[in-house]
Design a protein around this ligand. Structure first.
Ligand SMILES: Cc1ncc(COP(=O)(O)O)c(C=O)c1O
Length: 396
């Protein structure tokens, strides 16, 4: 028998998010009065647009401060379906939509209601850290699909196919991807969907960054012919509308799956914050020009960051096609000053140069670090100056 002080087995299957850990370490150094440039956190530096803030203030003044339905207000679910239809041509009904406490919560809950112990979930590398832990928490097994930096970390159906087994239950796609910025074309998505739906597998598409695409028109795999029965969308307002702290995300998919998430939320979080839901209605229904403005600024920063990284001798960097992360290869530093991994590299960079980046090990690769450019050009310049000097100063 276990003693009362022992934790449940399932909590030991997961670890604290590395991105959160790095951000905390950077914040602690800052609290000591040190000048740290934090390029670790994937959080827009823009304020939430005014029209959204005003909708929240109105909601408070009108006392919209009580419980709502666990799966979100009918109004917000309606508007999420409307925006998805406007942007991507899908046709979801509110009963096929659940509002969650951020996109992470939607991803986590969708995985919990779909994955049984022993089920395999296919995840392309590099991956967003939470997929792995959410699958482990559900008792599932992750099956990783390696991508090639030389090919821009591009994923193809042919790379996934050999990994599918009778135990496979789900494939997770994130396009544009965190951390690589790689995107999937509509054609490749269609090939993947054909492959997964033929086998009765769920295709979970994380659309957190889908509107932050630098070239071409954003699209959703959910709009592909035949998508409705097996494609599940996890969405978020955090990055698109600079609303990270408001905690609003959503799931779209078959009614039975979505209602299972509602049931889970009814016993865990209950509703997402009422006031945030009103703000989200305005974000999705109101003017969309702030999204284009922020995207233009992210593009400017991307070009700046990629140029500066490529100017560091030995560093390579794939051009991100979306989202707001660069994922340079810093293996040139290995073997110098006792650095043998990106974890050691990141620690040393923080200690010596006071720049916080996330080691690639967190995302499943061994030679990269993630740099978020969701911060001002001035801050990026300071950080990249320091990174360049730090790398130039390493000795064999
Ligand atoms: C790929 C991806 N999906 C989902 C999320 C969830 O964001 P949030 O929970 O803030 O909506 C993030 C946040 O970093 C992300 O990078």
């Amino acid at each position: 028998m276990s003693s009362a002080s022992e934790l449940a087995e399932r909590i030991s299957r997961i670890t604290v998010s590395t991105t959160m850990r790095v951000a905390t370490a950077a914040a602690e150094l800052r609290a000591q009065g040190l000048d740290v440039v934090d390029l670790s956190i994937g959080e827009p530096d823009f304020p939430t647009p005014d029209n959204i803030k005003r909708a929240a203030i109105r909601a408070i003044e009108e006392n919209f401060t009580r419980y709502t339905s666990s799966g979100g207000t009918p109004e917000l679910k309606e508007v999420i379906c409307y925006r998805h239809a406007q942007d991507f041509g899908t046709a979801y009904r509110p009963s096929e939509c659940v509002v969650s406490v951020g996109g992470k919560h939607a991803v986590f809950n969708l995985i919990q209601v779909l994955i049984n112990p022993g089920d395999e979930v296919v995840i392309p590398v590099p991956f967003w850290v939470t997929y792995q832990d959410a699958v482990h928490y559900a008792g599932g097994q992750c099956v990783f699909v390696e991508t090639d930096e030389g090919e821009g970390f591009a994923l193809t159906a042919a790379m996934i196919e050999p990994q599918l087994t009778p135990k496979t239950r789900m494939v997770i796609i994130n396009s544009p991807a965190n951390p690589s910025g790689a995107t999937l074309s509509r054609e490749e998505f269609a090939c993947i969907l054909e492959m997964t739906s033929k086998r009765g597998l769920y295709l979970l598409t994380d659309e957190c960054y889908c509107r932050l695409l630098y070239d071409g028109t954003p699209f959703s795999a959910a709009a592909l012919p035949g998508a409705k029965s097996t494609v599940i969308v996890a969405g978020s307002l955090s990055k698109t509308y600079a609303m990270t702290g408001w905690r609003i995300g959503f799931g779209l998919g078959p009614e039975s799956v979505i209602q299972a998430v509602v049931k889970l939320q009814s016993h865990s979080t209950s509703n997402p914050t009422s006031v945030s839901q009103k703000a989200a209605v305005e974000a999705l229904r109101g003017p969309q020009d702030s999204v284009a403005r922020m995207l233009a600024e992210y593009r400017r920063r991307r070009d700046f960051v990629v140029d500066r990284l490529r100017a560091i001798p030995g560093v390579t960097c794939v051009e991100p096609k979306g989202a707001f992360y660069a994922y340079p290869n810093i293996a040139v530093a290995f073997g110098k000053d006792g650095i043998h991994s990106t974890i050691e590299f990141s620690q040393r960079l923080l200690e010596k140069a006071r720049v916080a980046v996330v080691p690639g090990e967190a995302f499943g690769t061994r030679q990269h670090v993630r740099i978020s450019y969701a911060t001002s050009i001035e801050e990026l310049e300071r950080g990249l100056d320091r990174l360049h000097r730090f790398m130039a100063g390493l000795t064999e």
